[in-house]
Design a binder for this molecule. Structure first.
Ligand SMILES: C[S@@+](CC[C@H](N)C(=O)[O-])C[C@H]1O[C@@H](n2cnc3c(N)ncnc32)[C@H](O)[C@@H]1O
Length: 312
């Protein structure tokens, strides 16, 4: 049945528990679902990565196979690294995977150069049909990445979002000048910015950040509401970082105020949701030119909006 459908698909592996978000995103973008298997959504033809897919697999093709060895050989002929997501025929799929080359799956250090070798994605659609893509949206298997965590210094695990961002999405970022961190308590993001050695780190929250973070020095802490900040009171800002818990609409107003000031070069902001995903305002963030939204591996029911090189 599948063999006769289309030449190729784009595959989206929905983030666990966020299948409804991916379905809504596809609907908003007018992309019909051709086939859904477990958390894997297939759409006909070429499409870009989706926010709510933990990995997007491009130009997925169907490969008829005659045996486990034949399947492994055909995959090896296409590429070296393959990540498997099983949608059925689990044992047979695992046996094929075991015939494929190993690759290291281990936690990486902050800002490690990300692997250059492409990471393929495959599944066993039927006993005798593989669906595979050599090109995917992530160099990590199924888009899953873990860090060698610092379990003692940062006061919260929120720092992992900023680690992921500066490792994967902004590895080129040079930490000179000023960074501002709004919604900073207890201090995980401020700690990351401090370790990046910005000349000046301004940290803003209604609640105080932990003393041991302040003791690192070179941090200016302002205990006030971020929404009352006036860009006029700041010089040039290299990175505007926000992890504030607030309605997306309020964050958008704050972002626009700072963006319109022309003083901010780069933004990274967590858009947090209540019980439902606020698509209306999420799409308004995307209307800001040259900006992107991703769901980081370390995001929960929230996404990360970023804009690099904003100021003239
Ligand atoms: C998820 S926490 C931030 C965690 C922080 N990024 C870290 O790494 O430790 C969200 C923070 O937003 C702060 N917040 C909420 N409303 C705020 C406002 N109007 N102005 C500043 N901070 C606010 C809360 O006090 C809370 O500390």
């Amino acid at each position: 049945m599948y063999r006769s459908l289309m030449n190729h698909y784009t595959g989206y592996l929905a983030i666990h528990k966020f299948e409804a978000e991916l379905e809504r995103e596809l609907e908003i973008k007018g992309i019909p679902i051709a086939l859904k298997k477990d958390r894997l959504y297939l759409v006909a033809g070429d499409h870009p990565p989706m926010i709510w897919a933990q990995v997007s697999a491009f130009k997925m093709i169907q490969i008829p196979i005659t045996s486990i060895k034949d399947g492994a050989k055909k995959l090896r002929n296409l590429g070296r690294n393959w990540a498997l997501f099983t949608v059925g025929n689990h044992r047979r799929a695992q046996l094929i995977q075991e015939e494929l080359p190993d690759y290291p799956i281990k936690p990486i250090p902050f800002r490690m150069a990300i692997p250059k070798l492409p990471m393929g994605f495959w599944t066993l659609l039927e006993t005798d049909v593989i669906l595979a893509a050599t090109e995917t949206s992530s160099p990590f298997p199924l888009g899953e990445m873990t860090f060698q965590e610092d379990k003692t210094t940062p006061p919260s695990r929120a720092y992992l979002k900023l680690w992921e961002f500066f490792t994967v999405y902004a590895p080129e970022a040079i930490s000179t000048g000023t960074a501002i961190d709004v919604g900073s308590c207890p201090g995980g993001w401020t700690w990351v910015l401090r370790t990046l050695n910005f000349e000046n780190t301004i940290s803003v929250d209604k609640a105080p950040i932990e003393k041991r973070i302040m003791d690192l020095g070179k941090i200016e802490f302002r205990q006030e509401s971020a929404f009352g900040l006036d860009p006029k009171d700041f010089g040039e800002i290299d990175w505007f970082c926000s992890d504030i818990i607030c309605y997306p609409e309020r964050l958008l107003t704050l972002v626009k105020k700072f963006r319109d000031s022309g003083k901010v070069k780069n933004f990274i902001c967590t858009i947090k949701y209540q019980s439902v995903t606020d698509w209306e305002n999420t799409l308004k963030f995307l209307e800001i030119p040259n900006s992107y939204i991703v769901h980081l591996h370390h995001n929960k029911h929230e996404v990360t909006w970023f804009l690099k090189g904003a100021a003239p």
